[in-house]
Write a protein that binds this ligand. Structure first.
Ligand SMILES: Cc1cc2nc3c(=O)[nH]c(=O)nc-3n(C[C@H](O)[C@H](O)[C@H](O)COP(=O)(O)O)c2cc1C
Length: 386
């Protein structure tokens, strides 16, 4: 049994321990450390872990680490801000497990643009005030699963429950696509967009800098993804090793072989029960922090139902780049391709205004075998600001 699971079992079986912890009203250093440990289980683009923390009595400050991910994907650090939102959600859920309520104050200091939130903790007398601790165990089980899933449908009550759950985070919404034709349309869209991933030198080099090709490298760095986590199979792994250098990839791009990765994404969407897209009401940092919380909350709820999830965010992050920085960020050929993609993409989610609502993450979900190997996290101490 994992230490976290053993801990959770011990706490559930000994309610008097919780009583004892709360009597002083002070959240002990051990609990703060445990909350941070729960926080850093959050997902992040390429497992860059773009966060830092400072803590004091009954408080945690969550900072964005801009250095961690400077990729073309991370337009205005939005992907990293979404991850910080996911950290906040994990901490809030883990705190609820101890009978602790978390007050979240987003972007509390205009002079400190990396400070994403101040979290203040207080013990509640009535445990009924806390509603989310049933997701606690999922914090440690959640992962990204890139295998092909079973296509069987997920019961609509599960998806409706998730919609209800995220209504606790106003300004965010989730749209599920479960109809076969719409899933196929989305698969084609993702196929087109994913080709740009391999055509863009900085994206290619960034991805390769985050793949841990040996176990030793994975254990030392504790970020990025172990090669097997990508679930590319033997042929895929050989392809990834062979195309590590941009010079090789560039030549293969001209032959069309590099479309293999995009085909894999296409098949991934087809081999799923459905696709979800999370939106937020605005394009500001606070909206994306809340979007990150919604992503994590829905992901944990799906995990609790033994459903697998894979974000596929080239589509959402390229759209944000296009919207915020303009189409000249892309080559002429890519502009032509993307202009057609946006039309189709926006038609599928016709009731959303893409110019004012932020796209957070598109993900596929379904029933699957477990991942071959998970990702690692650095130690909590590595994230503490001195
Ligand atoms: C904002 C964001 C974007 C992501 N984009 C992708 C993606 O496009 N494709 C993918 O396979 N995984 C994507 N992921 C998943 C991360 O790669 C994953 O969370 C990270 O490697 C840690 O692994 P874990 O989720 O298994 O803990 C994304 C995650 C986040 C938070």
């Amino acid at each position: 049994m994992k230490p976290e699971a053993a801990f959770s079992k011990m706490m559930k079986n000994n309610p008097e321990l919780l009583e004892c912890l709360s009597s002083s009203g002070i959240v002990s250093d051990d609990i703060i450390e445990f909350l941070l440990k729960a926080g850093i289980q959050a997902p992040s683009g390429d497992n860059a872990q773009p966060w830092k923390f400072a803590s004091s009595k009954n408080k945690i400050k969550v900072f964005l680490d801009r250095e961690a991910d400077q990729s073309f994907f991370n337009i205005n650090q939005i992907a990293s801000i979404i991850s910080c939102g996911a950290v906040i959600e994990n901490i809030t859920i883990a705190a609820s497990f101890f009978g602790i309520k978390t007050d979240v104050n987003y972007l509390p200091d205009k002079n400190c643009e990396n400070l994403m939130a101040n979290l203040s903790f207080s013990f509640v007398k009535d445990k009924k005030e806390i509603t989310k601790d049933s997701l606690f165990d999922s914090i440690w089980k959640r992962n990204t699963n890139r295998k092909f899933y079973n296509k069987s449908s997920v019961h609509s009550s599960i998806l409706n429950d998730i919609k209800l759950l995220i209504s606790s985070l106003p300004g965010t919404s989730i749209h599920f696509v479960t109809e076969k034709d719409a899933i196929k349309r989305l698969a084609k869209i993702v196929y087109k967009v994913d080709q740009i991933r391999t055509q863009n030198r900085s994206l290619h080099e960034h991805l390769n800098s985050m793949i841990r090709f040996t176990d030793q490298e994975a254990q030392i760095k504790r970020d990025g993804f172990p090669l097997k986590n990508l679930e590319a199979g033997m042929a895929g792994e050989l392809f990834l090793k062979a195309t590590k250098s941009w010079q090789v990839m560039d030549v293969l791009n001209k032959t069309g072989i590099s479309k293999i990765a995009a085909i894999h994404s296409y098949q991934g969407i087809l081999n799923s029960s459905g696709v979800a897209l999370i939106f937020v009401d605005g394009l500001d940092k606070e909206s994306f922090l809340k979007g990150g919380r919604t992503l994590e909350l829905s992901w944990l709820a799906l995990t609790r139902q033994n459903l697998s999830v894979q974000p596929m965010t080239a589509i959402t992050l390229f759209w944000l780049r296009w919207l915020i920085k303009g189409k000249d960020e892309f080559s002429k050929g890519q502009q032509t391709l993307l202009a057609l993609v946006w039309k189709d993409f926006h038609e599928i989610f016709a009731d959303v205004d893409f110019n004012t609502n932020g796209t957070v993450v598109l993900f596929r979900f379904g029933i699957s075998d477990p991942v071959s190997i998970g990702t690692l996290r650095k130690n909590v101490e590595d994230f503490i600001l001195q």
